[in-house]
Structures are given as structure tokens and as C-alpha cells.
Design a protein around this ligand. Structure first.
Ligand SMILES: Cc1cc2nc3c(=O)[nH]c(=O)nc-3n(C[C@H](O)[C@H](O)[C@H](O)COP(=O)(O)OP(=O)(O)OC[C@H]3O[C@@H](n4cnc5c(N)ncnc54)[C@H](O)[C@@H]3O)c2cc1C
Length: 436
């Protein structure tokens, strides 16, 4: 195969970005991948199991992470941001800022000794603040690249000129407090794929969840927090426990459409919560087969192959009760048990139900910084600030040579993110091959 001189840039290292990068790289095209977090993997790395097969999420993702890392045609810039984009389709020039992690990537072997000795305890973002990590940390256990990062806002040496314990405990001399942010300039970028994924509404406005007791009642959690609670590598090591008393919940209410589909919140549907909620109720039942689960839904949106039978299995085999309803608020009784106040839409009656734990399926929203990135790339956003795509061309942005895939342009599940990623990679490759 002739050597292709133009490269591709993939922004975002979630499952969509990873798939796009692998497809392009397998076509013989060099790919630079820019990920703002210390490791690639995106949200899929945070999930316990994935519908519709309920396979272990990290078990499917991990081989792709290492394939991406080891692929001779892929260069990963993690902990990095896009700074400037000039030029046009077939010939972009891109400036990247690689932030200092104060650890030498080619020396660190992720043995973790430095973190064991670090005295600082910090909320763990990956585990949704449900546990603490150290100021020197691995973003997540199976993360790629498998190197530690020092949190410069929390490190005693970087903030107060004290400590340096991590340095003394690193046999490989991998700690480097002299490391500085680095500017990287890419030339000859033929096309760009934007796969920046999504955030969750609670990361921006806890207000949207206040009627449901979030952050006020200890036994109300979000669906992403619940994923971490179920996960063997999560803060509860796979034993689901209430935060108020450490007891295993015997009755869980899952509330749908939280922060979405109403005038006072986001007006759109996140499209996948009906499915992942049933999955979460099924997995929780596998942890404890006496569990009763109640799913409070407005309407069921299960559009996908086998999705209806998945819900049917939930009801028949996992003791899940579906209640067509509108929940107005979650209060509390004197034993920290949440009380759901709701309108039963089938009986047109206002009712109450007491449960042990509430799980909120919160709205998916565009990631932090998307407006700045859109400005830099000179692409348009839609009314909800996801990336705008052309009608009938789902992976094409408003600018020639820049494509998108996955949740960067609308909420979607993993299978669709992956198939779109291949579509975006094919379109990006057309430009590069044509230019060669
Ligand atoms: C609670 C919950 C449970 C779910 N369960 C399932 C399930 O069981 N099955 C299923 O199919 N789907 C499930 N999903 C959906 C699944 O998480 C998404 O479909 C999938 O993660 C989308 O992948 P992505 O690559 O588009 O986005 P992401 O996973 O969000 O990845 C985007 C990446 O881009 C990076 N990024 C963002 N902005 C920038 C920037 N400016 N520069 C550089 N990098 C950037 C991010 O750090 C991230 O690594 C669930 C979602 C939720 C909320």
C-alpha cells in the first residue's frame, strides 16, 4: 500500500473516537488522537455492564484501548487540548497543548507505590466523587496510557513547596516536577473527526434535580453513580450499599427523564435511559435476587433490535415493575427512606411509595468546553449545543473536512456510536486518500 502523507485528527478518546481512530489507522492513515482526560476510554469505562447483552463494559473496551495504544499508526495525546486550527479540508494545521502531568510517560509503570505514600486525599472524579483518590493518581484502574498523573491543584509540593514523598518512592525516577505544558504543532492534517461525547446534567446544574432530593437525601443517587456502585472496581467493590447506613437496599425506585423532557429543564429525550435503567435493575437483581425494582417512566422508548424483549425479560425474570407515571418529588421519612410522590398515569391518581434507594436517570448534555471547541474548529452547534450535523448526513458537520460521531452530536448508545464512528472514519479517509 502506498504511504499516505496526510494524517487524520480524532478529538475525543471515548468508544466513538477509538473506533474512528482504529478504522483510519487500519486503512494505513496516521491518526493523532487528542483526549482531554489523563486516559482514553470515555464514559464506557465508567459503566459496569452494557445493554443489550449485559456484558462487562471494561472487558469489551479494554482490548480496544490497548489496540489503540499499540497501533503503529495512532499517536495518543492524552491530558491535552486543542488550541488552534488553521487551514481547510485536506490541509489543516492544528496546535495542541499537552498539559504537564509531572510524570514521565515512558518511565512510569503504574505500580502505584507513589500513590500509596501520597498524604493528600481528593474526591475521585472518575468514581463520581463517591470515594477519595490521592493527589498522584491513576485516572482509572485499566486506563490507557497506564501512567500516573499529579493533580497540580492538590499536590503539596506544587501548591506549598512541601512533601515530594512520591518522588522518593519512585524507583524508576518517573516523577518530574520540572515538567511543563508542551505545545505540539500538527501539519498536513487532511480531515478531523470530533468525538467529544457527553456530560450529565448534574455536572452543571444540581438545581434541575433538587425536587428529587439529589445531594439532599443520602439515599438518592444518579444512574452513573449507580453504575460505579455496582462495579467490582468501584467505590463499593460491587456490593450495592446505601450511603446512610451501609445496608443493602431491598426496594429500589428508578426514575426516568430526570432533568429532561419538560419546560423547566432540557426539552429533549436522552434516548437511551429506558434501556440502561432496565439493565441497571437487572444487574442489581443479579446482586440480590430478593430485590424489588420499580421503574417510574413517562413512556418507554425502546427503539432497537431486541429492545422490547429486553424490557419483557426485565418484567418476567427480574421482578421489575414498570409504573407509567409522573414523579413530582422525592421526600424522606424519619428513617432516611426516600418517598416517591407521583401521579399514576394509568389510574390518574396521586400516590406515594417508600423505597430504600432512588436512582435518577439524568439528562445527557454536551460536554464542558464544547462552545470553545466549536469556535476553534469553526463548526456550528445545534439548539441544544450538541454538534450540528447536516440533514440526512449524520456524520457531517457544518464545515467541510470535519466529521462527527457518537454522543458529540446527540445522545445515543454504544452500538450506534461505534457504527457512526466507522461512517465518520470512512468519510474522513475519502478526503485523505483523494488528496494523496
Ligand atoms: C448511566 C449510563 C449508562 C449507560 N449504559 C449504557 C449501556 O448499557 N449500553 C450502551 O450501549 N450505552 C450506554 N450508555 C451510553 C454510553 O455511555 C454512550 O453511548 C457512549 O459512552 C458514547 O461514546 P462517545 O465516545 O460518543 O462519548 P464519551 O464516552 O463521552 O467519550 C467522549 C470522550 O471525549 C473526551 N472529550 C470531551 N471533550 C473533549 C475535548 N474538548 N477535547 C478532547 N477530548 C474531549 C471525553 O473526555 C471522553 O473521553 C450509558 C450512559 C449512561 C449515562
Amino acid at each position: 500500500m502506498a504511504k499516505i502523507s496526510k494524517s487524520a485528527l480524532v478529538i475525543g478518546g471515548g468508544i466513538a473516537g477509538i473506533q474512528a481512530a482504529l478504522d483510519l489507522a487500519d486503512m494505513g492513515i496516521h491518526v493523532d488522537m487528542v483526549e482531554k482526560k489523563p486516559c482514553i476510554g470515555g464514559r464506557m469505562a465508567q459503566l459496569d455492564k452494557t445493554f443489550p447483552t449485559n456484558d462487562c463494559s471494561i472487558c469489551i473496551l479494554a482490548p480496544k484501548l490497548s489496540e489503540c495504544f499499540r497501533h503503529p499508526n495512532i499517536k495518543i495525546y492524552s491530558f491535552s487540548d486543542i488550541q488552534k486550527v488553521k487551514g481547510s479540508q485536506g490541509n489543516f494545521k492544528v496546535d495542541i497543548l499537552k498539559r504537564a502531568r509531572y510524570v514521565k510517560e515512558d518511565e512510569c509503570i503504574n505500580c502505584g507505590l507513589c500513590a500509596e505514600k501520597c498524604p493528600m486525599r481528593v474526591d475521585d472524579e472518575f468514581d463520581r466523587q463517591l470515594r477519595k483518590r490521592k493527589a498522584i493518581y491513576m485516572y482509572y484502574l485499566q486506563g490507557v496510557p497506564a501512567v500516573m498523573t499529579i493533580d497540580e491543584d492538590k499536590c503539596l509540593y506544587l501548591t506549598k513547596n512541601a512533601c515530594r514523598i512520591c518522588e522518593k518512592n519512585c524507583d524508576r525516577n518517573a516523577i518530574d516536577f520540572e515538567q511543563r505544558d508542551e505545545e505540539i504543532k500538527l501539519k498536513d492534517v487532511g480531515s478531523i473527526v470530533v468525538a467529544t461525547g457527553y456530560s450529565l446534567i448534574e455536572d452543571f446544574q444540581n438545581d434541575a434535580l433538587k425536587n428529587y432530593g439529589y445531594k439532599k437525601l443520602r439515599n438518592v443517587v444518579t444512574a452513573m453513580e449507580f453504575e460505579r456502585m455496582m462495579c467490582a472496581s468501584g467505590p463499593q467493590e460491587g456490593h450495592i450499599k446505601r450511603f446512610s447506613d451501609g445496608k443493602t437496599p431491598k426496594k429500589i425506585a428508578f426514575l426516568q427523564c430526570i432533568g429532561s423532557r419538560s419546560e423547566n429543564s432540557k426539552k429533549y429525550c436522552s434516548s437511551i435511559c429506558c434501556m440502561y435503567t432496565t439493565k441497571e435493575a437487572m444487574i442489581a437483581h443479579e446482586h440480590d435476587n430478593e430485590l424489588e425494582s420499580y421503574i417510574f417512566y413517562i413512556d418507554m422508548r425502546a427503539g432497537g433490535k431486541g429492545f422490547q424483549s429486553f424490557l419483557k425479560r426485565g418484567a418476567e425474570e427480574y421482578n421489575i415493575k414498570y409504573i407509567k407515571s409522573k414523579v413530582s418529588e422525592v421526600t424522606i421519612d424519619n428513617s432516611e427512606n426516600p418517598q416517591i410522590v407521583y401521579e399514576d398515569l394509568e389510574e390518574s391518581k396521586i400516590k406515594k411509595m417508600g423505597v430504600d434507594l432512588v436512582v435518577l436517570a439524568t439528562c445527557m448534555v454536551p460536554p464542558r468546553g464544547i462552545e470553545d471547541l466549536a469556535d476553534t474548529l469553526k463548526i456550528e452547534l445545534n439548539d441544544y449545543h450538541f454538534i450540528k450535523t447536516k440533514p440526512f448526513y449524520p456524520v457531517e458537520t457544518s464545515r467541510e473536512g470535519i466529521f462527527t460521531c457518537g454522543c458529540a452530536h446527540e445522545p445515543m448508545d454504544i452500538p450506534r456510536s461505534v457504527s457512526e464512528a466507522s461512517g465518520a472514519a470512512a468519510r474522513a479517509a475519502e478526503i485523505i486518500r483523494g488528496a494523496d
